[in-house]
Design a protein around this ligand. Structure first.
Ligand code: GLN
Ligand code: ZN
Length: 761
C-alpha cells in the first residue's frame, strides 16, 4: 500500500523561509540566495518525508508565497495592472502581485487575499476578466520536479485543480460569469498536464471545492467532461482527484463519473463518508484514505484508523488503496522533535508533519500484515495516558458545564430597558466615539514584555512599565476627546495567546508555527484538557485604567469562539463542548470586571464567521452553539453594564440574524472597505441594538480625511437610526504607529462633531 502526502510545510523547522523572504524583500538577500534557501528547504522536506517512509511526497506544493498565486503565474493569468510579464512571470512580478508596490512608476495594490476554505491559511485570489486568456508562464513546477528527480525522489506532482482555481477566484467586472471560462481554462491545464506527464506517474489535482455545495455550472457532468480531457492530456500519467476539508458524499454522482485514476478523501474531518464512497466508487479507481489529520497536532488513533483501512480493504482490496494525511501538511508544524518545553505526557499525544508521515508508514505496514507491534503498543499507550489524564476530565469543570441553564444566556432585562438604564448611567452624547481596544504596540512595549517573560525584568518593574503605557494611552484619548476609552492592551502579545496562557487546559509550543499568509506564521495555542480560569486575567489592568479617568473605560476580552477558532483544539470531544468550557471561564472574567467597577465590557468575536462550516446546510447547528457560547460568556452581566462585541475580517451580510441573537448592547464591526454596504443587511433585518460600523481601515498607514469619514457617517445614518450609531475604526490599532493613529482619530472625532451638528445635536 503506497503512502503519499498532499503537500508539506514550506517554512522549515525554524521558519527559515520566512527569514529568507523578509531578507530578500529588504534587499539583504539576492534572488540567487533566496532560490538556494528555497531549494535547501524543499530537499530537506522531501528527505524528511522519505525517511519517515512516505512513498510519494508531493512536488509542486512548495511556494515562495502561495500555491494559488503560483497557479496564477503558471496559467499566465496576471492582471494587467502589474504590467507585461513576457514569457515567464519573474520574481518581481510575482511579489508585486502578492504584496503590491511600484509598476511602471505608479503604486499598485496587491491582489486580494482570502481564507483558504475554513483554514487560517490565506491565498491570493485569482482575478478573471471577460475574454481572459491563459498561457503557461512559469517553469516553476517543471523545474521542481526535475530537481526532485535529480535528488532521486519518486514523486507525485500537485496542482490546484481547474474547478477549485476558478471557484476561488473573482470576476474583475460585475456581472461577468467566471465559470464561462471553464473550457478555456481546461485547455491550458491540458497543455500543462501534457508536459507533466512526461515527468511523473501520478498527478494530484486538488479539488476541495467538491466538499462544498457545487455551483450550478459545476453540476450535471461537468467534472466528467472536463476531466476526460485532462486525463487524455495526461496520457500515461495517472490523475488523482484530491478532496479535503469535508465530506464529498453529496457530490459522489459527479465524482463517480469522472475518469480520474485516483480519489483522495478526508477521513479525519468526515469519517462518515467512507461507506458512501466505497459503494459509489468504480472498482478500478485507487482510493486514497486521509486517515491522519493534516490540520491538527494530535497523534493518530491507530486502532480507529486501522478499522477504517480494513473496511476499505475488505471492500476494494489492499492494492487499490493508498494512505495519506487528510489534507496538505501545510497546516501543521514541521517536527515535534524540536519541542523541548512540553510536558512528556502532552508531547506523547502529539504528532507534527514529520511524525504524521511516520504514522502513515506504520499504518500501511500494519494493514499489510507486517509486524509493527512495538509502534502500535506505543500508540495505544499514549492514547491510554491521554484518556486517563485527570487534566482531560475535571469533575469541577464538567459539573459546571452540565449545569448550564438557558437563563444564564439571557440578560436580566430586554434591550430596550437596558438601553435606558445604560443611557442614564453613562449619559453619552449622540454618536459616541470609541476605539476597538489595542493602541500601537511600540518597540518599548514589546521589549518590556519579552524581558519580563525571560526573567530579565521583575514583576514590579513590568507592572510599572505597563501602567505607564496605560496612563499615556488614557491621556491621549482624553486629549483626542473620545467618549469611551480603552486601556490599549499593551500587556497582550496576541488576543488569544494572552488568555490561553492564563487558563488551565492550554499549552504552548516553541516552534509550532503554521503559515498564515506569505511569510507570516501563527503559533496557535493547544487546547489539550478541560478549560478553566484559576484567577482573574485582565481585572488589574482594567481597574487601573478606569481609575485614571471619569469617562467610561471598556474592559476588553476575547470571546470563546475566537479563542477556539485560533487554537489547535482537542479532538476527543465535540468543539462545542470545549467552547462551552471557555465560555464559562470568560463569563467569570466578565463578572469580575463588573465587580471591579467596569461599566462597559467588550467581548471580541472576530472569528465567529470563519468558524462556520463549509456547507450552508450545517450552519444553523454551528451558529446555534457558537452564539450560545458568546451569550453564556457575556450575558450574565447586569442590565446597567453595557456589553460590547467586535467583529472583523469577514462578510457578515449572511449572518446578521445570528449577530442579533448575540444580543450585545453595542457591536463594532468592520465596514469601511465595503463603504458601509454591510449596513443594508442590518437595515433589512431591522437589527435592534447599537452599531459602530468602522469608519476607517486600520490595515494601512493612510490617514483618512474628515470629509471621507463624514461621508461614511452620512451613509450609515441613512440606514441605521443615528440614536443607535457609534463611531469607531474598523479594528484595533496595534499594528499602527502613533503618528497616523493620532491623526486618524483626530479626524474621526472632528467628523463626528460635524455629523452631530448636522443632526441638530
Ligand atoms: N480588541 C482587539 C484589538 O483591538 C480586537 C482585535 C481583532 O478584532 N482582531 O486589538
Ligand atoms: Zn477587529
Amino acid at each position: 500500500m503506497l503512502t503519499h502526502t498532499l503537500g508539506f510545510s514550506r517554512m522549515g523547522k525554524n521558519r527559515e523561509l520566512k527569514r529568507a523572504l523578509e531578507a530578500y524583500w529588504k534587499g539583504d538577500l539576492d534572488a540567487a540566495a533566496l532560490a538556494a534557501e528555497a531549494q535547501k528547504l524543499r530537499v530537506e522536506h522531501w528527505g524528511l518525508q522519505r525517511q519517515a517512509g512516505v512513498d510519494l511526497p508531493a512536488v509542486g506544493d512548495f511556494s515562495l508565497y502561495d500555491h494559488m498565486l503560483d497557479m496564477t503565474a503558471l496559467l499566465g493569468c496576471v492582471p494587467e495592472r502589474y504590467g507585461a510579464v513576457g514569457d515567464e512571470v519573474g520574481l518581481d512580478a510575482y511579489f508585486l502581485m502578492a504584496r503590491g508596490g511600484k509598476a511602471n512608476g505608479a503604486g499598485v495594490p496587491p491582489m486580494e487575499m482570502s481564507k483558504w476554505f475554513d483554514t487560517n491559511y490565506h491565498y491570493i485570489v485569482p482575478e478573471f476578466s471577460p475574454g481572459q486568456t491563459f498561457s503557461v508562464k512559469s517553469g516553476k513546477i517543471f523545474a521542481e520536479i526535475k530537481e526532485a528527480q535529480e535528488a532521486g525522489l519518486r514523486l507525485k506532482a500537485v496542482l490546484p485543480g481547474p474547478f477549485t482555481y476558478l471557484y476561488a477566484g473573482k470576476p474583475t467586472v460585475e456581472g461577468f460569469d467566471r465559470f464561462d471560462l471553464l473550457d478555456d481554462l481546461a485547455e491550458a491545464y491540458a497543455s500543462i498536464l501534457k508536459r507533466l506527464a512526461a515527468q511523473c506517474d501520478w498527478i494530484q489535482m486538488d479539488e476541495p471545492v467538491l466538499a462544498l455545495d457545487l455551483p450550478e455550472a459545476y453540476r450535471n457532468g461537468r467534472f466528467a467532461q472536463i476531466y476526460k480531457k485532462l486525463v487524455e492530456a495526461a496520457g500515461p500519467a495517472k490523475i488523482m482527484l484530491a478532496t479535503y476539508f469535508g465530506s464529498i458524499a453529496h457530490n459522489l454522482k459527479e465524482i463517480a463519473e469522472t475518469p480520474a485514476a485516483g480519489l483522495h478523501i478526508d477521513l479525519a474531518r468526515a469519517p462518515e463518508q467512507l461507506d458512501a464512497v466505497l459503494s459509489a466508487l468504480p472498482a478500478h479507481v485507487v482510493l486514497s484514505l486521509g486517515v491522519v489529520d493534516g490540520r491538527n497536532i494530535w497523534r493518530v488513533d491507530a486502532d480507529k484508523a486501522l478499522e477504517r483501512i480494513e473496511k476499505a480493504a475488505n471492500a476494494r482490496g489492499l492494492d487499490n488503496l493508498m494512505l495519506a494525511p487528510s489534507c496538505s501538511l501545510l497546516h501543521t508544524p514541521v517536527d515535534l522533535e524540536t519541542e523541548t518545553g512540553l510536558s512528556a505526557d502532552v508531547k506523547s499525544w502529539m504528532a507534527f508533519g514529520a511524525q504524521k508521515c511516520r504514522e502513515l508508514r506504520m499504518l500501511a505496514d500494519a494493514a499489510c500484515g507486517e509486524d509493527v507491534s512495538a509502534w502500535l503498543a506505543e500508540n495505544r499507550a499514549a492514547w491510554e495516558s491521554r484518556r486517563r489524564s485527570p487534566a482531560l476530565r475535571r469533575k469541577d469543570v464538567r459539573d459546571r458545564a452540565a449545569a448550564i441553564a438557558p437563563a444564564m444566556m439571557e440578560r436580566p432585562k430586554p434591550y430596550a430597558e437596558r438601553q435606558k438604564a445604560q443611557q442614564e448611567r453613562f449619559g453619552l452624547p449622540l454618536l459616541p466615539t470609541t476605539t476597538i481596544g489595542s493602541f500601537p504596540q511600540t518597540g518599548e512595549i514589546r521589549t518590556a514584555r519579552r524581558d519580563f517573560k525571560n526573567g530579565d525584568m521583575d514583576e514590579a518593574a513590568y507592572k510599572n512599565a505597563m501602567q505607564q503605557v496605560i496612563r499615556d494611552v488614557v491621556d491621549r484619548q482624553e486629549t483626542l476627546g473620545l467618549d469611551v476609552l480603552v486601556h490599549g492592551e499593551p500587556e497582550r502579545n496576541d488576543m488569544v495567546e494572552y488568555f490561553g496562557e492564563q487558563m488551565d487546559g492550554f499549552c504552548f509550543t516553541r516552534n509550532g508555527w503554521v503559515q498564515s499568509y506569505g511569510s507570516r506564521c501563527v503559533k496557535p495555542p493547544v487546547i489539550y484538557g478541560d478549560v478553566s480560569r484559576p484567577r482573574p486575567m485582565t481585572v488589574e489592568w482594567s481597574r487601573y485604567a478606569q481609575s485614571l479617568t471619569q469617562k467610561p473605560m471598556k474592559g476588553m476580552l476575547t470571546g470563546p469562539v475566537t479563542i477556539l477558532c485560533w487554537s489547535f483544539v482537542r479532538d476527543d470531544q465535540p468543539r462545542s463542548e470545549t467552547c462551552r468550557q471557555i465560555a464559562l471561564a470568560v463569563r467569570d472574567e466578565v463578572a469580575d470586571l463588573e465587580q471591579a467597577g467596569l461599566g462597559m465590557i467588550q467581548v471580541d468575536e472576530p472569528a465567529l464567521r470563519e468558524g462556520a462550516p463549509l456547507r450552508k446546510g450545517d450552519w444553523s447547528d454551528y451558529f446555534r452553539w457558537a452564539v450560545d457560547c458568546f451569550r453564556l460568556s457575556a450575558n450574565g452581566a447586569a442590565a446597567e453594564t453595557q456589553m460590547h462585541t467586535h467583529m472583523c475580517y469577514s462578510e457578515f451580510n449572511e449572518i446578521v440574524e445570528w449577530i442579533a441573537a448575540m444580543d450585545a448592547d453595542v457591536i463594532s464591526i468592520e465596514a469601511s472597505r465595503s463603504r458601509m454596504e454591510l449596513l443594508d443587511a442590518f437595515q433589512r433585518f431591522a437589527y435592534p441594538n447599537e452599531i459602530g460600523p468602522g469608519v476607517y481601515d486600520i490595515h494601512s498607514p493612510r490617514v483618512p480625511s474628515v470629509e471621507e469619514m463624514l461621508d461614511l457617517l452620512r451613509r450609515a445614518a441613512k440606514v441605521i437610526p443615528k440614536e443607535r450609531l457609534w463611531v469607531n475604526p474598523d479594528c484595533g490599532l496595534k499594528t499602527r504607529g502613533w503618528e497616523e493613529a493620532t491623526q486618524s482619530l483626530k479626524n474621526m472625532v472632528q467628523a463626528t462633531e460635524l455629523m452631530r451638528r448636522e443632526s441638530g445635536a
